[in-house]
Ligand binder design. Sequence first.
Ligand SMILES: [Zn+2]
Length: 412
Amino acid sequence: MSQVPVSRRRFLQGLGILAASGVAGWSLARPRLVNPCRAALPLGLSASPWLTGVWRDLNPADVWDCHAHLAGTGDGGSGIQVGPQLSSPLRPLQYAQRLFYMNAGCAHDAPGRVDASYVDRMLNLVEAMPAGVKLMLFAFDHFHDAEGQPLPEMSAFYVPDDYARQLAAAHPQAFEWVASIHPYRADAVDRLDAAVAQGAKAIKWLPAAQNMDPASPRCDAFYAALARHRLPLITHCGEEKAVQGADTQHYGNPLRLRRALEAGVRVVVAHCASMGQDEDLDRGGRVESFQLFARLMDEPAWQKLLAGDISAITLRNRDLEVIKTLLQRQDWHGRLLNGSDYPLPGILPLISPSALASGGLLPPEAVADLELLREHNPLYFDLALKRALSWQGQAFPARVFATRPHFEAHRS
Ligand SMILES: [Zn+2]
């Protein structure tokens, strides 16, 4: 295939490939696939009970969205690199995914200003919410080999720590930052110390895409340093579809995190491991990754160390039973943390309020307002949707959304 510029035709081809692959589980019959990227909220919407209800018992200054991705192309000097897996038309699935990410962040119509428009859009969305709400922006380290050498050609994408740090410094009213440091690097602990000194609020790993085995002794020095700093490690568990690394899916097995927990590390399991299956390393066989997350949550030894973030649990490729369990397990609620997985909530077909309503998890009368809200502000939409979810009378309590204390606790 020749190097043709990104065209609408190719974008739509990409959509077709994505849809055919069933990755996100949407139907092309839905009328609108592209986020219209509107900004201000329409007047009628601001009085919507589904919007005003968001702030019941909730101080906006405590609402730190603990799962937000930085994206871009590097055109603004961000240092972002998009690896061959995501940039090559020869890998159409990943290519289409990248275009979709960019569209969700509304950077698709900004040639030469993709990095900057992605950030502008996030600022825009945060500013439309009550003052105090912030996004925790994720850096993303390279894929590294077993010796701790970075392999850019194996990396799906790369977002430097410095970029996330600089954005948080430039926009302290809207952003906090989360470093991403591969534990096999020779300078991993030094980098961690520096990140903490520079205000990082957590470390983000995506083990399957970055080639890190959380159960490896190679992580021990890093774990000791994380425990010393009491800095949370937000790590992806369960199947990883948004980014494809090498054949390393098993690194996302929640049970592999026991090594970190035994070292005293505060761990946040991204998405509560709500997708995919893993080997049951205790009992044999393959089970839902979420079951293994649940087992860890129920192990008394980790009560003070282990938490889960509820980002992406509402995506259409998730099982509604997962949401029901998370709503019903009140004993877990003190350890659930809200995150949006931005830009995913901006990808219109990925979350279906009406499917959640038919599943009995959302009042049907909320659907129209939520869908309208999403067109204007996918971050606000994500928050309002999760505040409105309930099963058999049980909703997520406000403290699930008041995540700031969890990430500031490492300072004390
Ligand atoms: Zn994510």
